[in-house]
Design a protein around this ligand. Structure first.
Ligand SMILES: Cc1ncc(COP(=O)(O)O)c(C=O)c1O
Length: 459
């Protein structure tokens, strides 16, 4: 290693350390002057070389000043994590070794690590031993993969002929709480967003099963071809968990694929007392889980798990091009490029592997349990402070409202720089939403949020 690169690594180490030591004192949501931001970048016209230290200091300064500080313990937004230190270490190593995970030949260790993790999570969800899976760029790619695999199973000609020549229009079912990536995926699959049937939810924001069954019957009568039910285990908006066991019954009876989007909520299966809420997930055909949400690894590391290895392969396998390693042809070893969308594949699993290796399952369980407890505590504190608390999720997401319009309150909280929350929709109206997204959040930060809410409501 050269002297220059040694001092470069040392500089980055110092900057990361300084950031984590100081993030609690930064405004959670800095006031950003966009004009100044673009102006500052103009000096980087790349016609003259910059000193490495100067370039890095420029980036670090702007990340501090122009970035929603999701690592701040009073950040209560959607599940963007404060990154686990071992996860950060994993990202450094991946960037340095730069393995390509397309085929076993080029990166056997990296591929084995990812398969090991996918096996671990498949077992945690109760999928059968011979299940398969792939790391993805995130929950969106994992959900997109679910649509593609479900289409491939239901319509054997789909891989070759696409949607042409099908006897009717394929349709799928989600609820009001289903993540928008399903709509996007329907578009990307060529189905169009109208193919996604939105089933309404009950007072606990769970999909209404009777309405689902009725809609399937009606669709069949009208010549549509139902092929997929998407259940959600931890909705982004309110942490709702669909009645997965009942959805599995319907899927079985109607011969439909059941996909469970557990992008952030799925981490909760590590907490034994939360397991009953996920009953039925073990019957899913496929599951989405994002490690970069509630498992706190740096962005991004999605996972798609599936009980049908042959379908996953059929969905993505292509004839070998001449530059592909000859020994991967016909091999029984995992070949990620034949089981997923990409060819060049980053080693996304390493950050999760290292974080799990060091924190351990018990460590994760403790952290998640503590966050769940803080969700309960936040509900109590908000009620005591006069806010109307809504929803019933067992997960640490709290929806609530006060007398002033929720958008105005959220804006005032953001402007205060002391905390950060979002708004969301609840039974047709806009309400406030606070998620315990950060493993560094303590009761002191809950108090900061509640005090800030009271203060901005009095303005
Ligand atoms: C339930 C759910 N599914 C899917 C996604 C999409 O995941 P990603 O942002 O990793 O693409 C999200 C993101 O917030 C989510 O909450």
């Amino acid at each position: 290693m050269s002297k220059e690169s040694k001092s470069l690594w040392a500089l980055i180490e110092r900057e990361i350390e300084a950031y984590f030591n100081e993030v609690d004192t930064l405004p959670v949501f800095p006031k950003v002057d966009s004009n100044r931001l673009f102006k500052d970048l103009e000096s980087f016209h790349f016609q003259e070389k910059r000193d490495p230290e100067e370039a890095i200091q420029f980036v670090v300064r702007h990340l501090r000043e122009s970035h929603l500080q999701t690592a701040h313990p009073a950040y209560f937004g959607v599940f963007n994590p404060a990154a686990d230190p071992m996860g950060i270490a994993g990202e450094w190593l991946v960037a340095a070794f730069n393995p390509q995970l397309a085929s076993w030949t080029s990166s056997p260790f990296a591929i084995a690590v990812e398969q090991h993790l996918l096996g671990y999570w498949s077992r945690k969800f109760g999928l059968p031993e011979n299940s398969c899976g792939t790391f993805t760029s995130g929950g969106t790619e994992a959900n997109h993969t679910a649509l593609l695999t479900a289409l491939t199973r239901h319509f054997p000609s789909f891989g070759k002929k696409g949607l042409h020549g099908l006897a009717g229009i394929p349709v799928l079912y989600g609820s009001k709480e289903t993540h928008h990536s399903i709509l996007k995926s329907a578009r990307l699959c060529g189905l169009g967003t109208e193919a996604v049937r939105e089933i309404s939810t009950d007072s606990n924001q769970k999909m209404k099963v009777a309405e689902l069954e009725k809609r399937i019957r009606q669709d069949r009568k009208e010549g549509f071809i139902p092929f997929l039910i998407v259940g959600t285990a931890g909705s982004t908006s309110q942490g709702a968990i669909d009645p997965l066991d009942s959805l599995a019954d319907v899927a079985e009876r109607e011969n439909l694929w059941l996909h469970v989007d557990a992008a952030w909520g799925g981490a909760a299966v590590l907490v034994p007392e939360l397991l009953p809420h996920f009953k039925g997930i073990e019957r899913a055909d496929s599951i989405t889980l994002d490690a970069h949400k509630w498992l706190n690894v740096p962005m991004t590391a999605g996972m798609f798990m599936c009980r049908h290895p042959s379908i996953l392969r059929e969905t993505f396998s292509v004839d070998f091009s001449p530059y592909m390693p000859a020994d991967s042809h016909g091999s029984s070893l995992p070949q990620p490029f034949q089981e997923s969308m990409g060819w060049s594949r980053r080693f996304r699993g390493l950050k999760l592997f290292l974080a799990f290796a060091v924190t351990g399952e018990e460590g994760y369980c403790k952290t998640l349990r503590n966050q769940v407890k803080m969700g309960v505590r936040l509900r109590e504190m908000l009620s005591e402070a006069g806010w109307k608390v809504l929803g019933t999720t067992p997960l640490p997401v709290v929806c609530f409202e006060g007398e002033l319009p929720s958008e105005e309150i959220a804006k005032r909280v953001a402007d205060s720089g002391r905390s950060w929350i979002t708004t969301t929709h609840f039974e047709g109206r806009t309400v406030l939403r606070a998620g315990i997204a950060n493993y560094r959040t303590t009761e002191k930060d809950l108090k900061t949020l509640v005090d800030t809410l009271s203060a901005v409501s009095r303005i």
